[in-house]
Structures are given as C-alpha cells and as structure tokens.
Design a protein. Structure first.
Length: 98
C-alpha cells in the first residue's frame, strides 16, 4: 500500500544529530529502507521535517520505520495511505461499477 510518512523533527535532537554527523546517516538509512518514490525535506512549523511516499508491504514494518525517527530525532509523525492519480482513477472506476 502506498503511504505517506510526514515527520517533524525535534529541533534540539536534530541539532545534536546534525552536529555529531548522525542526521545524514539516519536519513540515508531511512531512505535505503523505504526506497521511496518521493522524498522531501524542508521546514515545517519552524522546525525540520521530512516527507516520504513509499510502498509499505505490511504493517509489521512500522516499528522499523518509525523508531529511528522517534528515538534518535524526537520526531512527531503521521503515516497515512495515499493515492496517486492512477490509483484514484482506478478506485473511482471501481466505484462506478458497483
């Protein structure tokens, strides 16, 4: 299932991770684990944030995805199902048939 993960990183924790060199390593490891179709990084609510769109095969993947962000960067996050245009068209076509 295609999902979108949005994480707002705690400023103090991410500052420490940036100074120690851990922040790029955490983001690289997360990117390698998720293999996202899209990844964005930028400010949100006055702090650092990241957004990934990726395919989550099984909900059991959630701890491995979320815990590094929670434990190492004090992130507040949300993960929600999303659709691209093709998914939406397919879903609407199925709705028309029922």
């Amino acid at each position: 299932m295609r999902v979108m993960l949005r994480a707002r990183l705690d400023t103090q924790a991410s500052n420490e991770a940036l100074k120690s060199g851990a922040l790029p390593k955490i983001m690289q490891a997360l990117t390698e684990r998720l293999r996202p179709e899209a990844a964005y990084f930028g400010p949100c609510d006055g702090g650092r944030s990241c957004t990934f769109v990726f395919d989550m095969q099984d909900s059991s993947q959630l701890p491995a995805i979320a815990e590094p962000l929670l434990q190492q960067l004090g992130a507040e996050m949300e993960i929600q199902p999303v659709m691209n245009t093709e998914d939406l068209q397919k879903g609407l076509a199925a709705l028309q048939q029922s």
